[in-house]
Design a binder for this molecule. Structure first.
Ligand SMILES: [Fe+2]
Ligand SMILES: [Fe+2]
Length: 213
């Protein structure tokens, strides 16, 4: 069996966390597609929005498959909700570059950390749907790479500076760390250390983003 009885609740809650992250990514990419400066970017973002909607459905389906009757939601969603509010404000202000920093660069680095860690565990257990999981990881890496490239280009064209981006990044980085530490109890139940996820997230962040935590 892939998921034993004790692991079921924390894994379902972790999958729910991923599902709502994908829904936020979908909402964000949809809004970004309407404000991106070039048609090539708009096209990429429309594609991303579709992929994020599909990812959300995948995680929802996986959660229901593991525990069909389990309906409790995690109690530690406050940092995620604050993150979501900040991203929504940024989209309403039509700040394209800040939205890329918040979604494709920082939130996706957290998603990639969780997914790559889950993937290690799934490979050890010879879990099914390997191809589907590979596609998902590949798509997430593409979204993340897109965000970094567009921001690097914007810095090269003097549209914004590294210092401005670093200043904008502060609340998002703090909240992304709070999200992981807020899931501490869930991680402990599946014998994982949340600090490992923070270390992996760090590896996915670009070198121009200076993190202090
Ligand atoms: Fe996604
Ligand atoms: Fe993504």
């Amino acid at each position: 069996m892939l998921v034993n009885h004790q692991e079921r609740r924390p894994i379902v809650e972790l999958l729910y966390f991923l599902e709502i992250g994908e829904r936020l990514a979908h909402k964000c990419a949809t809004a970004q597609a309407a404000m991106a400066p070039t048609s090539k970017m708009r096209q990429f973002l429309k594609g991303q929005a579709k992929q994020e909607a599909f990812h959300a459905t995948l995680f929802q389906t996986a959660g229901r498959w593991i525990a069909p009757r389990y309906r409790n939601r995690p109690t530690t969603l406050q940092p995620f909700e604050e993150y979501s509010t900040l991203v929504t404000d940024t989209l309403n202000r039509k700040d394209f570059y800040e939205s890329l920093l918040a979604e494709q660069v920082i939130l996706e680095s957290l998603g990639e950390a969780i997914l790559s860690k889950i993937e290690d565990g799934l490979q050890k257990r010879h879990a099914p749907f390997r191809r589907l999981r590979k596609i998902l990881l590949y798509q997430e890496a593409a979204h993340h790479g897109f965000g970094e490239r567009v921001l690097e280009q914007a810095m090269a064209n003097d549209r914004l500076t590294k210092e401005e981006l670093n200043e904008k990044a502060v609340p998002y980085l703090e909240l992304s760390h709070a999200m992981i530490l807020g899931l501490k109890d869930l991680f402990e139940e599946i014998e994982e250390d949340p600090r490992d996820y923070l270390a992996i997230q760090q590896q996915f962040l670009p070198p121009w983003l200076v993190t202090t935590t």
